[in-house]
Design a protein around this ligand. Sequence first.
Ligand SMILES: Cc1cc2nc3c(=O)[nH]c(=O)nc-3n(C[C@H](O)[C@H](O)[C@H](O)COP(=O)(O)OP(=O)(O)OC[C@H]3O[C@@H](n4cnc5c(N)ncnc54)[C@H](O)[C@@H]3O)c2cc1C
Length: 372
Amino acid sequence: MIVLGAGFGGLEVASVLSGEMGAEADVTLIDGNDGFTFGFAKLEVLVGRAGVDEVRSPYRDLARPGVRFLRETVTAIDPRQRRVTTDAGEHEAELLVVALGAEYDLDATPGLGRLGSEFYSVAGAERLSRALPEFTAGRAVIGICGAPYKCPPAPSEAALLLDEYLRQRGCRDACSITFVCPSPIPVTSSPEASRALLERFAQRGVEFVGGRRVASLDASRHVAVLDNGDEVGFDLFLGVPRHRAPRVAEPLGLAGDGFVGVDPDTLQTQFPGVYAIGDMVSLPVPKAGMLAEGQGRVVAAALLSLMRGDPPPPPYRGSGSCYIEFGGGEVARVDVDFSGPQPRGTYNQPSAALAADKHEFGSSRLARWFGS
Ligand SMILES: Cc1cc2nc3c(=O)[nH]c(=O)nc-3n(C[C@H](O)[C@H](O)[C@H](O)COP(=O)(O)OP(=O)(O)OC[C@H]3O[C@@H](n4cnc5c(N)ncnc54)[C@H](O)[C@@H]3O)c2cc1C
Protein backbone atom coordinates (compact mmCIF):
# COMPACT_ATOMS: atom_id res chain seq x y z
CA MET A 1 0.00 0.00 0.00
CA ILE A 2 1.19 3.50 -0.79
CA VAL A 3 0.43 6.63 1.22
CA LEU A 4 1.35 9.92 -0.46
CA GLY A 5 2.07 12.76 1.95
CA ALA A 6 3.39 12.39 5.51
CA GLY A 7 1.37 15.20 7.07
CA PHE A 8 -1.49 14.94 9.57
CA GLY A 9 -3.58 12.63 7.36
CA GLY A 10 -0.86 10.40 5.90
CA LEU A 11 0.99 9.90 9.20
CA GLU A 12 -2.25 8.89 10.89
CA VAL A 13 -3.09 6.29 8.20
CA ALA A 14 0.42 4.82 8.41
CA SER A 15 0.46 4.71 12.21
CA VAL A 16 -3.00 3.07 12.53
CA LEU A 17 -2.04 0.39 9.99
CA SER A 18 1.29 -0.17 11.72
CA GLY A 19 -0.43 -0.38 15.11
CA GLU A 20 -2.89 -2.98 13.84
CA MET A 21 -0.65 -5.05 11.58
CA GLY A 22 2.90 -4.45 12.80
CA ALA A 23 5.58 -5.51 10.32
CA GLU A 24 2.88 -6.92 8.02
CA ALA A 25 1.48 -3.45 7.35
CA ASP A 26 3.73 -2.98 4.31
CA VAL A 27 3.07 0.75 3.93
CA THR A 28 5.26 2.86 1.66
CA LEU A 29 4.96 6.46 2.91
CA ILE A 30 6.22 9.06 0.43
CA ASP A 31 6.90 12.75 1.12
CA GLY A 32 9.07 15.31 -0.63
CA ASN A 33 9.99 17.02 2.62
CA ASP A 34 12.60 15.97 5.18
CA GLY A 35 10.38 16.42 8.23
CA PHE A 36 6.94 17.16 9.67
CA THR A 37 5.98 20.53 11.19
CA PHE A 38 2.65 21.18 12.93
CA GLY A 39 0.61 23.98 11.34
CA PHE A 40 0.39 25.79 14.68
CA ALA A 41 4.18 25.77 14.98
CA LYS A 42 4.33 28.19 12.03
CA LEU A 43 2.85 30.84 14.34
CA GLU A 44 5.61 30.14 16.89
CA VAL A 45 8.18 30.59 14.12
CA LEU A 46 6.45 33.76 12.88
CA VAL A 47 6.74 35.57 16.21
CA GLY A 48 10.25 34.28 16.90
CA ARG A 49 9.34 31.92 19.75
CA ALA A 50 10.90 28.95 17.99
CA GLY A 51 13.31 28.28 15.16
CA VAL A 52 12.34 26.10 12.20
CA ASP A 53 14.65 23.26 13.31
CA GLU A 54 13.17 23.24 16.81
CA VAL A 55 9.66 22.53 15.52
CA ARG A 56 10.50 20.08 12.74
CA SER A 57 10.37 16.32 13.37
CA PRO A 58 12.72 14.67 10.85
CA TYR A 59 11.25 11.72 8.97
CA ARG A 60 14.50 9.84 9.45
CA ASP A 61 13.31 9.32 13.05
CA LEU A 62 10.17 7.51 11.86
CA ALA A 63 10.31 4.07 13.43
CA ARG A 64 6.94 2.38 12.96
CA PRO A 65 7.00 -1.34 12.10
CA GLY A 66 5.81 -2.07 8.58
CA VAL A 67 6.21 1.57 7.44
CA ARG A 68 8.92 2.44 4.92
CA PHE A 69 9.52 6.17 4.39
CA LEU A 70 10.77 7.45 1.04
CA ARG A 71 11.80 11.06 0.59
CA GLU A 72 10.60 11.57 -2.98
CA THR A 73 8.56 14.24 -4.73
CA VAL A 74 5.43 13.00 -6.47
CA THR A 75 5.30 14.25 -10.06
CA ALA A 76 2.35 12.26 -11.46
CA ILE A 77 -0.49 10.04 -10.28
CA ASP A 78 -2.30 7.56 -12.52
CA PRO A 79 -5.35 6.66 -10.42
CA ARG A 80 -6.63 3.98 -12.84
CA GLN A 81 -3.42 1.97 -12.58
CA ARG A 82 -2.76 3.20 -9.02
CA ARG A 83 0.69 4.13 -10.31
CA VAL A 84 2.72 6.98 -8.84
CA THR A 85 5.67 8.67 -10.52
CA THR A 86 8.21 10.49 -8.39
CA ASP A 87 11.51 12.23 -9.00
CA ALA A 88 13.13 8.87 -8.14
CA GLY A 89 11.04 6.40 -10.14
CA GLU A 90 7.67 4.64 -10.26
CA HIS A 91 5.59 2.85 -7.64
CA GLU A 92 2.44 0.76 -7.98
CA ALA A 93 0.08 -0.50 -5.32
CA GLU A 94 -3.26 -2.26 -4.83
CA LEU A 95 -4.37 0.53 -2.53
CA LEU A 96 -3.42 4.19 -2.69
CA VAL A 97 -4.07 6.94 -0.14
CA VAL A 98 -3.40 10.50 -1.30
CA ALA A 99 -2.85 13.03 1.49
CA LEU A 100 -0.80 15.78 -0.15
CA GLY A 101 -2.45 18.72 1.65
CA ALA A 102 -3.44 21.99 0.00
CA GLU A 103 -1.18 23.97 -2.33
CA TYR A 104 -0.82 27.75 -2.00
CA ASP A 105 -1.62 29.71 -5.14
CA LEU A 106 0.12 33.04 -4.48
CA ASP A 107 -0.25 34.11 -8.10
CA ALA A 108 -4.05 33.93 -7.84
CA THR A 109 -3.79 37.20 -5.90
CA PRO A 110 -2.07 39.79 -8.13
CA GLY A 111 0.94 41.25 -6.32
CA LEU A 112 1.22 38.54 -3.66
CA GLY A 113 3.56 36.31 -5.66
CA ARG A 114 6.11 39.10 -6.01
CA LEU A 115 5.78 40.25 -2.42
CA GLY A 116 5.88 36.63 -1.16
CA SER A 117 4.62 37.82 2.19
CA GLU A 118 2.68 34.91 3.71
CA PHE A 119 2.88 33.03 7.01
CA TYR A 120 1.08 29.80 6.01
CA SER A 121 4.21 27.93 4.88
CA VAL A 122 7.22 27.24 7.10
CA ALA A 123 9.46 29.20 4.72
CA GLY A 124 7.00 32.10 4.62
CA ALA A 125 6.66 32.23 8.42
CA GLU A 126 10.45 32.17 8.75
CA ARG A 127 10.85 34.99 6.19
CA LEU A 128 8.33 37.16 8.03
CA SER A 129 9.95 36.36 11.39
CA ARG A 130 13.12 37.97 10.01
CA ALA A 131 11.15 41.06 8.94
CA LEU A 132 9.35 41.50 12.29
CA PRO A 133 12.28 42.90 14.31
CA GLU A 134 12.52 45.74 11.74
CA PHE A 135 8.83 46.55 12.14
CA THR A 136 8.77 49.07 14.97
CA ALA A 137 6.22 51.54 13.60
CA GLY A 138 3.52 51.48 10.91
CA ARG A 139 0.58 49.46 9.66
CA ALA A 140 0.48 45.65 9.82
CA VAL A 141 -2.25 43.93 7.82
CA ILE A 142 -3.17 40.28 8.22
CA GLY A 143 -5.03 39.56 5.00
CA ILE A 144 -6.87 36.45 3.83
CA CYS A 145 -6.90 36.16 0.04
CA GLY A 146 -9.65 33.55 -0.33
CA ALA A 147 -11.68 30.85 1.38
CA PRO A 148 -11.48 28.03 2.25
CA TYR A 149 -8.21 28.29 4.14
CA LYS A 150 -6.56 26.01 6.69
CA CYS A 151 -7.36 26.28 10.37
CA PRO A 152 -9.96 29.06 10.43
CA PRO A 153 -8.77 30.47 13.80
CA ALA A 154 -5.08 30.73 12.70
CA PRO A 155 -5.24 34.27 11.21
CA SER A 156 -6.96 35.54 14.40
CA GLU A 157 -4.22 33.89 16.43
CA ALA A 158 -1.61 35.61 14.25
CA ALA A 159 -3.24 39.00 14.98
CA LEU A 160 -3.22 38.43 18.75
CA LEU A 161 0.32 37.00 18.81
CA LEU A 162 1.56 39.92 16.73
CA ASP A 163 -0.12 42.31 19.19
CA GLU A 164 1.66 40.55 22.06
CA TYR A 165 5.00 40.58 20.22
CA LEU A 166 4.79 44.33 19.57
CA ARG A 167 3.75 45.06 23.17
CA GLN A 168 6.68 43.06 24.52
CA ARG A 169 9.02 45.11 22.34
CA GLY A 170 7.46 48.36 23.51
CA CYS A 171 6.37 49.54 20.07
CA ARG A 172 2.68 48.56 20.00
CA ASP A 173 1.51 52.20 20.26
CA ALA A 174 3.40 53.07 17.08
CA CYS A 175 1.81 50.20 15.13
CA SER A 176 -1.68 49.38 13.93
CA ILE A 177 -2.98 45.87 13.24
CA THR A 178 -5.80 45.27 10.76
CA PHE A 179 -7.24 41.83 10.05
CA VAL A 180 -9.11 41.34 6.73
CA CYS A 181 -11.32 38.23 6.80
CA PRO A 182 -13.73 36.91 4.11
CA SER A 183 -16.38 35.80 6.61
CA PRO A 184 -18.27 38.34 8.72
CA ILE A 185 -17.02 36.64 11.91
CA PRO A 186 -13.56 35.19 12.51
CA VAL A 187 -14.60 31.53 13.05
CA THR A 188 -17.80 30.67 11.17
CA SER A 189 -18.30 27.30 12.88
CA SER A 190 -18.40 28.95 16.32
CA PRO A 191 -20.21 32.28 16.89
CA GLU A 192 -19.18 32.01 20.56
CA ALA A 193 -15.46 31.73 19.75
CA SER A 194 -15.91 34.58 17.27
CA ARG A 195 -17.51 36.78 19.95
CA ALA A 196 -14.61 36.09 22.31
CA LEU A 197 -12.08 36.87 19.57
CA LEU A 198 -13.86 40.08 18.55
CA GLU A 199 -13.93 41.18 22.19
CA ARG A 200 -10.22 40.48 22.50
CA PHE A 201 -9.52 42.35 19.24
CA ALA A 202 -11.41 45.36 20.65
CA GLN A 203 -9.38 45.21 23.90
CA ARG A 204 -6.13 44.92 21.98
CA GLY A 205 -6.85 47.52 19.33
CA VAL A 206 -6.94 45.06 16.43
CA GLU A 207 -9.21 46.36 13.66
CA PHE A 208 -11.38 43.56 12.22
CA VAL A 209 -12.59 44.00 8.62
CA GLY A 210 -15.11 41.15 8.17
CA GLY A 211 -16.84 39.98 4.99
CA ARG A 212 -13.95 41.10 2.76
CA ARG A 213 -10.98 39.35 1.19
CA VAL A 214 -7.75 40.76 -0.18
CA ALA A 215 -8.15 40.76 -3.98
CA SER A 216 -4.76 42.21 -4.93
CA LEU A 217 -1.71 43.96 -3.55
CA ASP A 218 -0.03 47.05 -4.90
CA ALA A 219 3.41 46.82 -3.32
CA SER A 220 4.61 50.10 -4.86
CA ARG A 221 1.79 52.02 -3.11
CA HIS A 222 1.84 49.69 -0.03
CA VAL A 223 -1.87 49.05 -0.49
CA ALA A 224 -4.05 45.92 -0.22
CA VAL A 225 -7.08 46.19 -2.50
CA LEU A 226 -10.14 44.41 -1.11
CA ASP A 227 -12.83 42.62 -3.16
CA ASN A 228 -15.14 45.66 -2.96
CA GLY A 229 -12.41 48.04 -4.19
CA ASP A 230 -11.61 49.47 -0.74
CA GLU A 231 -7.93 50.00 -0.06
CA VAL A 232 -6.06 49.24 3.16
CA GLY A 233 -2.55 50.65 3.50
CA PHE A 234 0.21 48.46 4.93
CA ASP A 235 3.85 48.61 5.86
CA LEU A 236 3.93 44.92 6.74
CA PHE A 237 1.62 42.41 5.04
CA LEU A 238 1.04 38.99 6.56
CA GLY A 239 -0.93 37.03 3.98
CA VAL A 240 -3.01 33.89 3.92
CA PRO A 241 -2.73 32.83 0.26
CA ARG A 242 -5.50 31.22 -1.72
CA HIS A 243 -5.53 27.44 -1.34
CA ARG A 244 -6.04 24.87 -4.09
CA ALA A 245 -5.70 21.12 -4.56
CA PRO A 246 -2.14 20.17 -5.51
CA ARG A 247 -1.81 20.18 -9.32
CA VAL A 248 -0.36 16.67 -9.23
CA ALA A 249 -3.64 15.43 -7.68
CA GLU A 250 -5.87 16.77 -10.46
CA PRO A 251 -6.18 13.36 -12.22
CA LEU A 252 -8.10 12.16 -9.13
CA GLY A 253 -10.97 14.42 -10.24
CA LEU A 254 -11.81 17.85 -8.86
CA ALA A 255 -15.19 18.89 -7.42
CA GLY A 256 -16.80 22.26 -8.20
CA ASP A 257 -14.75 24.03 -5.51
CA GLY A 258 -11.45 22.93 -7.11
CA PHE A 259 -10.61 20.37 -4.42
CA VAL A 260 -10.53 16.59 -4.93
CA GLY A 261 -13.97 14.96 -5.01
CA VAL A 262 -14.49 12.01 -2.64
CA ASP A 263 -17.39 9.92 -1.41
CA PRO A 264 -18.20 11.78 1.84
CA ASP A 265 -18.87 8.48 3.68
CA THR A 266 -15.80 6.47 2.61
CA LEU A 267 -13.37 9.14 1.31
CA GLN A 268 -12.79 6.99 -1.76
CA THR A 269 -12.24 8.95 -4.97
CA GLN A 270 -14.08 7.99 -8.16
CA PHE A 271 -11.31 5.39 -8.66
CA PRO A 272 -11.67 2.08 -6.75
CA GLY A 273 -8.90 1.57 -4.19
CA VAL A 274 -7.81 5.22 -4.36
CA TYR A 275 -8.64 7.39 -1.33
CA ALA A 276 -8.00 11.08 -0.69
CA ILE A 277 -8.00 12.83 2.68
CA GLY A 278 -7.16 16.09 4.42
CA ASP A 279 -6.82 19.63 3.14
CA MET A 280 -6.86 18.58 -0.52
CA VAL A 281 -10.41 17.16 -0.52
CA SER A 282 -13.77 18.78 -1.12
CA LEU A 283 -15.80 18.18 2.06
CA PRO A 284 -18.03 20.55 4.05
CA VAL A 285 -15.68 20.47 7.06
CA PRO A 286 -12.87 22.86 8.03
CA LYS A 287 -9.39 22.22 6.67
CA ALA A 288 -7.60 21.38 9.90
CA GLY A 289 -5.13 18.87 11.24
CA MET A 290 -7.50 17.09 13.56
CA LEU A 291 -10.05 16.73 10.77
CA ALA A 292 -7.39 15.32 8.40
CA GLU A 293 -6.37 12.93 11.16
CA GLY A 294 -9.99 11.76 11.64
CA GLN A 295 -10.29 11.16 7.90
CA GLY A 296 -7.05 9.18 8.03
CA ARG A 297 -8.51 6.97 10.75
CA VAL A 298 -11.64 6.26 8.69
CA VAL A 299 -9.58 5.32 5.62
CA ALA A 300 -7.21 3.15 7.69
CA ALA A 301 -10.25 1.30 9.13
CA ALA A 302 -11.64 0.81 5.60
CA LEU A 303 -8.31 -0.57 4.37
CA LEU A 304 -8.07 -2.94 7.33
CA SER A 305 -11.59 -4.27 6.76
CA LEU A 306 -10.86 -4.72 3.05
CA MET A 307 -7.69 -6.69 3.81
CA ARG A 308 -9.38 -8.79 6.51
CA GLY A 309 -12.63 -9.33 4.60
CA ASP A 310 -14.60 -7.64 7.41
CA PRO A 311 -17.74 -5.50 6.84
CA PRO A 312 -16.95 -1.82 6.04
CA PRO A 313 -16.44 0.52 9.01
CA PRO A 314 -18.97 3.23 9.97
CA PRO A 315 -19.05 6.20 7.54
CA TYR A 316 -16.99 9.35 8.05
CA ARG A 317 -18.73 11.98 10.17
CA GLY A 318 -16.54 15.05 10.51
CA SER A 319 -15.58 16.12 13.97
CA GLY A 320 -12.47 17.53 15.59
CA SER A 321 -11.04 20.45 17.52
CA CYS A 322 -8.99 23.57 16.91
CA TYR A 323 -6.94 25.30 19.58
CA ILE A 324 -6.90 29.10 19.61
CA GLU A 325 -3.94 31.10 20.98
CA PHE A 326 -5.19 34.28 22.64
CA GLY A 327 -1.72 35.52 23.61
CA GLY A 328 -0.30 35.65 27.13
CA GLY A 329 -0.12 31.84 27.18
CA GLU A 330 -3.91 31.55 27.07
CA VAL A 331 -5.33 28.87 24.79
CA ALA A 332 -9.02 28.23 23.97
CA ARG A 333 -10.50 25.32 21.99
CA VAL A 334 -13.38 24.94 19.55
CA ASP A 335 -14.81 21.44 19.13
CA VAL A 336 -16.62 21.08 15.81
CA ASP A 337 -19.11 18.38 14.94
CA PHE A 338 -20.50 17.99 11.43
CA SER A 339 -22.40 14.73 12.03
CA GLY A 340 -25.84 16.33 12.50
CA PRO A 341 -28.06 18.28 10.11
CA GLN A 342 -26.38 21.53 11.27
CA PRO A 343 -22.67 21.87 12.09
CA ARG A 344 -22.10 22.44 15.80
CA GLY A 345 -19.16 24.30 17.35
CA THR A 346 -18.58 24.16 21.11
CA TYR A 347 -16.32 26.86 22.50
CA ASN A 348 -14.07 26.21 25.51
CA GLN A 349 -12.74 29.42 27.07
CA PRO A 350 -9.02 30.17 27.25
CA SER A 351 -7.25 28.54 30.18
CA ALA A 352 -3.88 27.25 31.29
CA ALA A 353 -5.37 23.73 31.29
CA LEU A 354 -6.13 24.05 27.57
CA ALA A 355 -2.60 25.30 26.92
CA ALA A 356 -1.36 22.07 28.57
CA ASP A 357 -3.94 20.11 26.56
CA LYS A 358 -2.56 21.57 23.32
CA HIS A 359 0.98 20.66 24.31
CA GLU A 360 -0.11 17.10 25.11
CA PHE A 361 -1.99 16.92 21.79
CA GLY A 362 1.23 17.68 19.88
CA SER A 363 3.51 15.36 21.82
CA SER A 364 1.05 12.45 21.76
CA ARG A 365 0.80 12.74 17.95
CA LEU A 366 4.56 12.73 17.51
CA ALA A 367 4.91 9.69 19.77
CA ARG A 368 2.18 7.82 17.89
CA TRP A 369 3.31 8.73 14.39
CA PHE A 370 7.06 8.41 14.84
CA GLY A 371 7.02 5.51 17.30
CA SER A 372 9.55 7.09 19.64
C1 LIG B 1 -0.62 28.84 10.51
C2 LIG B 1 -1.36 27.54 10.63
C3 LIG B 1 -1.85 27.15 11.87
C4 LIG B 1 -2.56 25.95 11.99
N1 LIG B 1 -3.03 25.57 13.23
C5 LIG B 1 -3.71 24.41 13.36
C6 LIG B 1 -4.21 23.99 14.64
O1 LIG B 1 -3.99 24.66 15.67
N2 LIG B 1 -4.92 22.85 14.70
C7 LIG B 1 -5.17 22.08 13.59
O2 LIG B 1 -5.84 21.04 13.70
N3 LIG B 1 -4.73 22.46 12.36
C8 LIG B 1 -4.01 23.58 12.22
N4 LIG B 1 -3.55 23.97 10.98
C9 LIG B 1 -3.94 23.20 9.78
C10 LIG B 1 -3.16 21.91 9.60
O3 LIG B 1 -1.78 22.17 9.58
C11 LIG B 1 -3.59 21.25 8.29
O4 LIG B 1 -4.99 21.27 8.17
C12 LIG B 1 -3.08 19.81 8.24
O5 LIG B 1 -1.68 19.79 8.23
C13 LIG B 1 -3.65 19.08 7.01
O6 LIG B 1 -3.16 17.78 6.95
P1 LIG B 1 -2.93 17.07 5.54
O7 LIG B 1 -2.45 15.70 5.86
O8 LIG B 1 -4.11 17.23 4.67
O9 LIG B 1 -1.79 17.91 4.82
P2 LIG B 1 -0.35 18.32 5.33
O10 LIG B 1 -0.21 18.15 6.80
O11 LIG B 1 -0.09 19.66 4.74
O12 LIG B 1 0.61 17.24 4.64
C14 LIG B 1 0.80 17.17 3.27
C15 LIG B 1 2.16 16.54 3.02
O13 LIG B 1 2.30 16.26 1.62
C16 LIG B 1 3.62 16.57 1.23
N5 LIG B 1 3.58 16.85 -0.21
C17 LIG B 1 2.84 17.79 -0.86
N6 LIG B 1 3.05 17.72 -2.19
C18 LIG B 1 3.94 16.71 -2.39
C19 LIG B 1 4.52 16.14 -3.54
N7 LIG B 1 4.25 16.56 -4.77
N8 LIG B 1 5.39 15.11 -3.38
C20 LIG B 1 5.69 14.63 -2.15
N9 LIG B 1 5.15 15.14 -1.01
C21 LIG B 1 4.29 16.17 -1.14
C22 LIG B 1 4.02 17.77 2.07
O14 LIG B 1 5.42 17.85 2.18
C23 LIG B 1 3.32 17.46 3.40
O15 LIG B 1 4.18 16.80 4.30
C24 LIG B 1 -2.79 25.14 10.84
C25 LIG B 1 -2.28 25.53 9.60
C26 LIG B 1 -1.56 26.72 9.49
C27 LIG B 1 -1.00 27.09 8.15
